[in-house]
Design a protein around this ligand. Sequence first.
Ligand code: NAD
Length: 360
Amino acid sequence: MNLNILVLPGDGIGLEVTREAVRVLRVVAEKWNHQLTLREGLLGGIAIHKTGGPFPAETEKLSREADAVLMGAVGLPEFDNVAPEKRPERGLLGIRKSMGVFANLRPVRSYKALLDSSPLKNHLVDGVDMVIVRELTGGLYYGTPRGIYEDAPEIHAVNTMAYSWSEIERVTRMAFELARKRRKKVTSVDKSNVLEVSQLWRRVVTAVAPDYPDVELDHVLVDNCAMQLVLNPKRFDVVVMENMFGDILSDEGAVLAGSIGMLPSASIGSKKPSGAWTGLYEPVHGSAPDIAGQNKANPFGAIGSVAAMLEYSFGLTEEAAAVNRAMEHVLNTGRVTADLRPTGPPATTEQAGEAVCHAI
Ligand code: NAD
């Protein structure tokens, strides 16, 4: 397969973790005989320095040409006090919008070696393996009318939660297609006992489900889902929900796994003519200026993002599983970065990446 990928290392530890993620990609491409076409672009603080803006036109062009984009992180302390539209982080919004990604995927899985870093009891977390699919471009965060109204007799504020059939359908289909490659179970989350938008959500999901007879579907109310995520997280495979519910529950899911340096994410758009899903892959963490340039950062969030890319954009489930298994193997050996509090001397970013490559 031709893997046509744009790499945007960004700022701070973004550069360091992306370097290891790319190394892993090269090993996978070599082992499974894929042709890897890698291009590199500017995003964030480094782009401001070199071009005057956080999301240069050249990067936009490259991102449109690529099948998938691997990002590091953006943000530099020198921009902390400038206006939001001039900050490196504005580059993230720019590229997400330009690529038309409408679903955010957060894989949440437990690693045996990290069970003690989870706030939950080991037996609850051991074996957790789910993907939270959050609709990214609709719902309460974008609906109009919105605003704070200073009129008499009392100041009031309004936000609007709105979804169309097609917006719900496309993210639902993505969830079902994902589930087909996993344990074949979709849980749809809503608040249909109170909200009309959720009633439509449930109607659309139920209407789409017969197209995927091999996938089991259940509906859970959002308040119950918040509870189930800590009571019985293993019950979930693919969990799909609207924007705000996803914003909240994906962070709840994130803490199950332990360190922030471990967490990958994926933002997915429509299918390309090549058959690949348009996708933007990045670790959840930021540019970590406190440890940048010290070869200390945990590269597993970025390497996990590569696994997510192989699986979601290219459908290469075997390769993705191999990357995940390799990370698990390295975690078990204890040769991990300082944030995972190894008993022996911590591995550097480079050593951790190298170890994953060897394990693959
Ligand atoms: P951060 O995620 O960069 O760091 C938070 C803490 O976690 C720090 O102590 C850091 O050392 C640690 N940490 C983060 N990633 C790690 C890793 N891979 N290995 C080991 N330790 C790790 O969040 P922050 O400090 O709030 O933000 C720093 C900058 O990053 C800011 O400019 C912020 O706007 C930006 N940011 C960018 C993104 C993104 O690019 N998607 C996300 C969040 C924050």
